[in-house]
Design a protein around this ligand. Structure first.
Ligand SMILES: [Zn+2]
Length: 442
């Protein structure tokens, strides 16, 4: 057998590694180059690499383990290009049982009684090689992974682990047939989301899984093209039976219509235009800003809003100010009856009813509805938009979390600035202790 012995491995690693790769290739097991570790740094150059000495060399194997080959000419070429590389053994047609601890090894031997087979000593345990495929699964048993099929690989013997340990042949046996007993390890499907396993995406989950990834990418700021390229790669590498490109394009197109992440940029003050605060009602309500109107229930906040709406629609001067041009107002009120309570209130204050707008039905200020609101404000050009009470628009937002509230408020503040309108959020304090505490803090 062309297997090198362990002594030779320690003397002339590159030569013995090449001979090991050839040994695999000659029996139809494809191999491919993966990064190695020198002085504690992965050869990919990333000091924070979280898969040191174990991930494919992208320039040589762009499709990872799917770039693996049995072509000796290609293997020699790879090895010449990166003599210090490690290599992966693609588990196409193979099953490799990866025992990562002494206990896992004892458990595997005792429970499944493996026939003598080609075995590699790893940094912490052993790789048992078998001919035949079975469902792959990480953590199939404690500290035991099953790598099998075209989508998986193991680090090949002759490679060097991050710790400096050499993956070395331990049992110099031919690769044995996979036994029925060992197949039992992953015979029972595991109740687990398909994303959590390292195996291929099941055929029925391809679209759902890729759509989920597209959503993550979009949220992280990817544009349609970047999403498409990434989805294509995922589609190739994560499934044995990839979706047609047409369907992948469709996913990228539909997800790219969702609002993506807009990164903030840094702007020098020389480019910040001079602005004057335009007070609608000094010093309470300012154009282009978001304001809060706080108070206990029953202390007249809604009355105050009706009074404010009325004066703005007529162009009446507010206390301490001047007359202005009559303007529109949008009054979102989810608490009071439109016809029986709000309208009489507006009439009593003398509002121009053609200039005060109210929602036809209730809604939550989701991302989609903020976009809708933006459109309505662009159309009606109100001087003031009132959200009464703001809590009613915030379902799913933790009102006690500063982060959640800020995230909710910031798109509203942007709209206020964009259209130079004042957005007033009416906040009712509840009677609960928690809300009282909140009130005292603010
Ligand atoms: Zn790396």
């Amino acid at each position: 057998m062309a297997l090198s012995n362990r002594i030779r491995l320690t003397i002339d690693r590159p030569a013995s590694m090449l001979s090991m790769m050839k040994w695999f290739a000659k029996q139809g097991v494809p191999v491919f180059p993966i990064h190695s570790v020198a002085d504690g740094i992965c050869s990919c150059g990333d000091r924070d690499c979280d898969d040191q000495g174990k991930h494919p060399i992208g320039q040589l194997a762009p499709k990872g383990c799917h770039s693996a080959t049995t072509d000796l000419k290609v293997i020699r070429k790879w090895h010449r290009a990166f003599p210090d590389m490690n290599y992966g053994v693609a588990t196409k047609g193979l099953a490799v049982i990866d025992c990562d601890s002494r206990e896992a090894l004892d458990d595997f031997r005792r429970t499944y009684k493996p026939a003598p087979t080609f075995t590699v000593k790893t940094a912490r345990g052993f790789h048992f090689y078998f001919l035949g495929e079975m469902p792959a699964r990480n953590g199939a048993r404690p500290n035991l992974d099953v790598k099998s099929g075209p989508g998986c690989y193991v680090v090949g013997p002759g490679s060097i682990h991050l710790s400096g340990a050499v993956y070395s042949p331990w049992e110099d046996e031919p690769i044995a047939q996979l036994s029925e007993a060992i197949r039992e390890i992953t015979a029972q499907p595991k109740d687990e989301a398909p994303l959590a396993s390292n195996g291929p995406i099941p055929v029925g989950m391809r679209n759902t899984t890729l759509t989920k990834f597209a959503g993550y990418l979009r949220a992280a700021g990817a544009n349609q093209r970047a999403m498409l390229e990434t989805l294509k790669a995922l589609n190739r590498s994560m499934t044995d039976d990839p979706l047609p490109d047409r369907e992948v394009r469709q996913i990228a197109r539909s997800i790219s219509k969702k609002p993506g992440k807009v990164w903030p940029t840094l702007v020098p003050f020389s480019e910040i235009p001079d602005e004057n605060l335009e007070w609608l009602w000094y010093p309470y309500v300012c154009r282009g800003t978001l304001g809060l109107l706080d108070g206990d229930p029953g202390d007249g906040k809604s009355q105050l809003c009706a009074w404010l709406c009325a004066r703005i629609t007529r162009g009446d001067a507010l206390p301490g100010g001047d007359r202005s041009k009559p303007a529109n107002v949008i009054l979102f009120n989810f608490e009071d009856l439109k016809g029986a309570v709000i309208k009489p209130r507006l009439i009593a204050n003398g509002a121009d009813l053609d200039r005060v707008f109210i929602q036809s039905r209730q809604f939550q200020l989701t991302e989609e509805m903020v976009a809708w609101l933006d459109g309505e404000i662009a159309d009606k050009r109100p001087a003031v938009v009132i959200l009464d009470p703001i809590q009613a628009f915030m379902s799913g937002v933790d009102g006690n979390s500063n982060i959640d509230v800020r995230e909710f408020m910031s798109p509203l503040a942007e709209i206020a600035a964009k259209y130079l309108c004042a957005i007033i959020c009416v906040r009712h304090f509840g009677k609960s202790e928690q809300d009282k505490a909140c009130q005292e803090k603010s």
